[in-house]
Design a protein around this ligand. Structure first.
Ligand code: C2E
Ligand code: CA
Ligand code: CA
Length: 264
């Protein structure tokens, strides 16, 4: 009985938190309540930062403390706010003085028939060519979606956008799908990297080495995420991983700090 009670409490608490986040998101959409941080991406070949990933943050989180986009993006999707948030965050990103940027698309955005129109309209407003933007789509979003997604990808490619497969290794890693999509980049999920550097995990290390070989064999550029140590950096560089992203190089930072980091 006590167990049932406790379960109920935690469900109610979760619902309460979701409702609060929902309210904060609705306010944020109306009152410029989002900001972007940027995490530099290092080119192992050029030995310098080549690009960056734009990551969204909520300015006001009420009494909830830090709320990760991992938590609020799914709520925004469910509440029908994601398309507006996508527009707002893209506008903010374009206002910042960057050269080239990786932008995340959620599953719902990736399948929305109006996606191409919305993106190209905003870029035109800022007079920025689509080649400036690389769109990141998670492996699971790409696999779950059907024709609407394929249509979007073709149209966006036609307009000059490029694509990364995000979180590679967490879904089903369907290689034939990957082949059809012709991704410009594949981002290996941080879990594959971290597992391989965990204690005594020889199988995970061999898995990582094989994944790298496999991706190189089909000629896609590879990004490793979650690179936290020199050991990881050296290992991945030696095996020919093209780009590295992670706390070892820099945490996601605001525009000013970002410009400082890349010019250092
Ligand atoms: P993601 O696309 O896989 O982004 C990478 C996440 O890993 C970021 O978390 C980043 O801060 C974190 N990270 C990078 N390097 C390291 C590292 O070395 N160590 C550790 N511990 N973490 C590292 P963040 O910013 O909390 O974003 C979480 C997820 O939320 C993103 O995962 C992405 O799926 C989603 N997201 C973030 N911004 C946006 C956005 O503007 N639009 C959409 N649709 N989704 C977004
Ligand atoms: Ca991403
Ligand atoms: Ca990821």
């Amino acid at each position: 009985d006590e167990v049932i009670c406790r379960l109920d409490d935690s469900i109610i608490e979760k619902k309460f938190r979701r409702d609060k986040i929902d309210k904060l998101l609705t306010e944020a959409v109306q009152n410029d309540g989002f900001e972007m941080v940027y995490q530099p991406i290092y080119s192992t070949e050029q030995g310098r930062f080549r690009s960056a990933e734009a990551l969204v943050r909520m300015k006001n989180t009420g009494d909830l403390g830090f709320i990760s986009p991992e938590e609020f993006i799914p709520i925004a999707e469910e509440k029908g706010l994601i398309m507006d948030i996508g527009d707002i965050t893209l506008r903010r990103t374009l206002t910042d003085k960057l050269e080239y940027i990786e932008v995340n698309l959620s599953g719902i955005q990736a399948c929305a028939p109006e996606l191409e129109g919305r993106l190209t309209k905003i870029l035109a407003e800022y007079d920025i060519p689509p080649a400036f933007i690389n769109l990141e789509i998670t492996e699971t979003a790409a696999l779950d979606s059907g024709e609407a997604f394929d249509t979007n990808v073709s149209a966006l490619r036609e307009s000059g956008f490029s694509f990364s497969m995000d979180d590679f290794g967490t879904g089903y890693s369907n290689l034939s799908q990957m082949n059809q999509m012709r991704y410009d980049l594949v981002k290996m999920d941080k879990s594959i990297i971290w597992d391989a550097f965990g204690k005594g995990n020889e199988t995970s290390e061999r898995l990582l080495a094989s994944v790298i070989r496999l991706l190189k064999a089909i000629n896609v550029k590879i990004v490793a995420e979650g690179v936290e140590t020199k050991e990881m950096t050296d290992y991945l560089t030696e095996r020919g991983v093209d780009y590295l992203q992670g706390y070892y190089f820099s945490k996601p930072v605001n525009e000013d700090k970002f410009l400082e980091v890349i010019s250092a």
